[in-house]
Ligand binder design. Structure first.
Ligand code: ATP
Length: 854
């Protein structure tokens, strides 16, 4: 807020060239749509000087170019002072000139030039004075000084002053000002050195100019850096915002350079420091890796023709070999085939036995993953049953049924004739009843309460060789299921290990490792070899770097397998994944950006070429089969959705297939590809899927919603519909971000950004699996731009991402109906109406915002 003094044009006064600078380059804090004049020191015009423009000008000065002036004085006082100063200076200069002439003996040539340039400088100084005054005023305001308001501009009264009216009246201020003037005049007279006061002011000017120059330089630097991605740089506004406040950049300490190689070798144990590396594109026939030809054929018929890279490295470590074998830790990208890498050798080993005992535990964090791994186990069990091996029985424990049902599905009880044992049982029971005289019923222990027949005892036996489970349910069986024992277990697999280790559900790991450390002699012997013990296989696409957590697993002679090109702590994305970022300019209209993306040309099938080959493992389910099973499973009741966990449950599970047009739809679907949209919460997923259906009714039948509260049977139905191409859009919370294998999924959209790099890797890793192509999209709001580019994309200042990718995240402009990216009014109205309807539905109890519809 200041008054501007605009000097009248001065005729016949040569001035330094004025360069018109576009408004974008205005000083911080000076915003104007008009161009302003800029003084370029040292630049001499070739053409005759144009007359000074009559309009108002902004002038940028070089602080060395004019003498400082006390702007609090009247014009007359300034002129007087300048004359005095000039005369004093003249005298001083002629003195020094004389001295110079004497010293240099140049014959007075410089004397001829000097008056001209001095004259020009003075003329500019006079012209510049008002602007200089403005800058000083600004500084004064910043410093909190209460300098008196300057007199209104002499030259320009047309522009109303920006300043607030002063709190004291002019009459009151006048005497004060006059006093000051007098004092200054006295000082001026008193001192023999008239430049002293001027020097002081000069210093202040210099400090202001230095600040201004620094701000300009900082702005130029940022502008230069941004030039590369000018148009679509999502973070450019954030960077500009830094400069616009006129803040000087604070001095920053030099970044600490971490010597990773040194760290790796000095601080990591050898097995972590020197992993086994495998090229990501390596493949090898299963027969070359020690799998019998007969079994390999069955595997091929199920879609597993050759071993994937990670399998070529892990199988030799886990299949029987004369070497001393140890535990295996696998850190490989999403969709690289980690599941088969442990299931194959495990089933191979167990199928050599005869008796069914619990030999293997596979621990996973979610029910969906349990079901998925069950499918892989079933496929491998079939492959090894042909070569005279035992048909492996596979069970699940994940809490999707009442506990008693689960108990009887994994444990069998028999009555065995044993009079002596029966006697002992009676004694034990009597002492137990007298000690715990309680009527309390505990349904969970029903199995234990079964009465033996007279002269018989009850014995328990495992119904399954492999138990695939969630950690919580495993602990329940260990503590509550009679006869459930880990004594014979010789395989422990922890998949999605970083998640399971970070969240120690019911101290599951302590309980399990304790049980595994005990055992009867010979119970853990591997058939056909002299080896004994528990083999541990630990896997994740985002393996933890926390040695403390890894130590809890009590690994024995571990080996680490990683995919080439990654270092300790890095997480690779699938090689055929392409990533895109869309700038959301108007966050309140974000759903419209999503609609536009779904409608854009980018939402096309990306695997059409190889679609015919892509029918994946075990995808025998035909459309007719699936539609009949679909109608059977329409009930949302959870109980009874699985009759026997040890039997094959293939019909209940989604099958990865290529996209087929659904006969039910009978016409070309509104979307030619498949999309998984991630939101930040269950509620957000439910709301977005409803909103999407309201905004694009033709997409409504294709949309499915998956949240952590979706019942298992409904979840299964939705996933099956998706893999059959009936549903093409899944809106989900992070529930499905880990492990879930939807082979026909081609696009992942991060509608809400994930909370961490790890979460980003798992989310986008739902596509581009098993050597197929896929695309990941992120809708990035302005406020999220910095985090997205730095943490996820690994671009820009201070990028610290641990994500390793083949390419770069591409910027794509999508959203809006006009050139400028604005949405047409009718679309905005339509959106607002949809929102209002959503609100009404939620308030009216139809629960659109919270209830699952699809
Ligand atoms: N050798 C193979 N040949 C063909 N397909 C395979 C092979 N191995 C695995 N697959 C398929 O690749 C897909 C991904 O495998 P899998 O689910 O094991 O990946 P993953 O590495 O565990 O991924 P995530 O880390 O996301 O859990 C599955 O559909 C699986 O059937």
């Amino acid at each position: 807020m200041y008054n501007r003094y605009i000097p009248p044009p001065k005729e016949n006064k040569a001035s330094k060239p004025l360069q018109v600078v576009p408004p974008a380059a205005t000083l911080a804090g000076f915003s104007s749509s008009k161009p302003y004049a800029r003084y370029i020191p040292g630049q001499v015009p070739n053409e005759p000087e144009p007359p000074a423009p009559a309009q108002r000008q902004r002038i940028v000065f070089d602080d060395t170019d004019f003498p400082p002036v006390d702007h609090s004085k009247s014009k007359q006082a300034i002129d007087d002072e300048l004359t005095g100063t000039r005369e004093a200076k003249k005298a001083k200069k002629s003195k020094s000139r004389k001295a110079n002439e004497e010293a240099s003996g140049d014959g007075g040539e410089s004397e001829l030039k000097e008056p001209k340039s001095r004259k020009r400088k003075r003329s500019e100084a006079e012209q510049a004075r008002p602007a200089e005054r403005q800058i000083e005023e600004n500084q004064d305001t910043e410093e909190g000084e209460s300098e008196p308001e300057p007199e209104p501009s002499v030259a320009d009264n047309t522009e109303a002053p920006d300043t607030e009216p002063p709190t004291t009246s002019k009459e009151e201020r006048k005497p004060k000002r006059e006093k000051k003037k007098k004092k200054r005049a006295e000082n001026h007279l008193k001192t023999d050195e008239p430049d002293a006061e001027a020097d002081e002011i000069h210093k202040r000017h210099r400090s202001v100019f230095e600040k201004v120059q620094k701000a300009l330089q900082a702005k130029d630097r940022i502008k230069d850096a941004d030039d590369g991605h000018k148009e679509d740089a999502l973070d450019e506004e954030a960077a500009e915002a830094e400069v616009e406040h006129g803040l000087e950049p604070l001095p920053q300490p030099d970044p600490v350079v971490v010597d990773e190689s040194k760290l790796t070798y000095e601080t990591l144990p050898p097995w972590l420091a020197s992993p086994i590396r495998v090229a990501p594109d390596k493949t090898q026939p299963f027969t070359e890796l020690g799998i019998a030809a007969e079994s390999s054929e069955i595997l091929a018929s199920r879609g597993f023709k050759d071993a994937f890279a990670v399998q070529t490295a892990v199988l030799p470590l886990l299949l029987p070999s004369p070497d001393r074998q140890g535990d295996v830790v696998v850190a490989a990208p999403t969709g690289s085939g980690k599941t088969l890498s442990y299931v194959l050798p495990m089933v191979h080993d167990i199928s050599k036995g005869r008796v069914t005992r619990l030999r293997a535990l596979i621990v996973l964090p979610t029910r969906d993953l349990v079901q998925q791994v069950q499918l892989a186990c079933e496929a491998c069990a079939a492959a090894f049953a042909v070569s005279g091996g035992k048909r492996i029985r596979i069970g699940t424990a994940m809490g999707n049924r009442v506990f008693k049902e689960e108990q009887s599905a994994i444990m069998a009880q028999e009555q065995r004739y044993d009079p002596q044992g029966y006697e002992q049982y009676l004694q034990k029971r009597n002492s137990f009843v007298s000690l715990n005289d309680s009527d309390e019923e505990d349904d969970d222990l029903d199995l234990d309460r079964s009465e033996p027949l007279p002269y018989h005892v009850i014995t328990y036996a495992s119904k399954v060789d492999i138990l695939i489970c969630t950690p919580g349910r495993l602990v329940e069986h260990i503590t509550k299921t009679p006869g459930f024992t880990l004594d014979y277990v010789r395989w422990l697999v922890v998949d999605e290990a970083d998640k399971l280790l970070a969240q120690d559900f019911q101290q599951w790991l302590d309980i399990v490792t304790e049980k595994l450390s005990m055992g009867k002699p010979g119970a853990r012997d591997f058939p056909g070899s002299n080896k004994s013990g528990v083999r541990k296989v630990i896997l994740s696409a985002t393996m933890t770097r926390d040695l403390g957590l890894l130590n809890e697993l009590k690994l024995s002679r571990p080996k680490l397998v990683v995919v080439e090109g990654t270092k300790a702590g890095e997480q690779s994305l699938p090689a055929l994944l392409k990533e895109f970022a869309i700038k959301v300019r108007e966050p309140s209209l974000k759903p419209l950006y999503l609609v536009d993306l779904l409608r854009s040309k980018h939402m096309a099938a990306v695997n059409q070429d190889d679609a015919a080959d892509a029918v994946s493992a075990g995808s025998e389910t035909s459309d007719s089969e699936s539609s009949s099973s679909d109608s059977n499973s329409d009930s949302d009741s959870e109980s009874g959705s699985e009759s026997d966990s040890s039997s094959s449950s293939e019909d209940d599970h989604p099958r990865p297939t290529t996209i087929k047009p659904s006969p039910a739809m009978g016409k070309k679907p509104a979307l030619s590809t498949t999309v998984l949209i991630f939101t930040k919460s269950n509620e957000a997923a439910l709301r977005l899927s409803r909103l999407l259906a309201l905004l694009s009714p033709d997409l409504a039948p294709l949309i499915g919603t998956l949240t952590s509260s979706t019942k298992t049977s409904r979840r299964t139905r939705i996933l099956r519909g998706f893999s059959q191409g009936k549903r093409r859009i899944l809106v989900a919370s992070d529930l499905v971000s880990r492990g879930i294998d939807l082979l026909n999924l081609e696009h992942v959209i991060n509608y809400d950004l994930p909370i961490s790099e790890t979460s980003y890797v798992h989310r986008v890793g739902r596509t581009a699996r098993a050597g197929r192509r896929g695309c990941a999209w992120a809708l990035v709001e302005h406020a999220e731009a910095r985090r997205f580019w730095r943490d996820f994309a690994g671009e820009g200042k201070g990028a610290v991402t641990s994500i390793v990718r083949a390419g770069k995240v591409e910027r794509v402009r999508i959203g809006g109906d006009t050139e400028e990216g604005e949405f047409a009014e009718d679309r905005v109205r339509e959106y607002e109406a949809a929102l209002a309807r959503l609100a009404r539905e939620a308030a009216g109890g139809s629960g659109a915002g919270t209830k699952e519809r699809n």
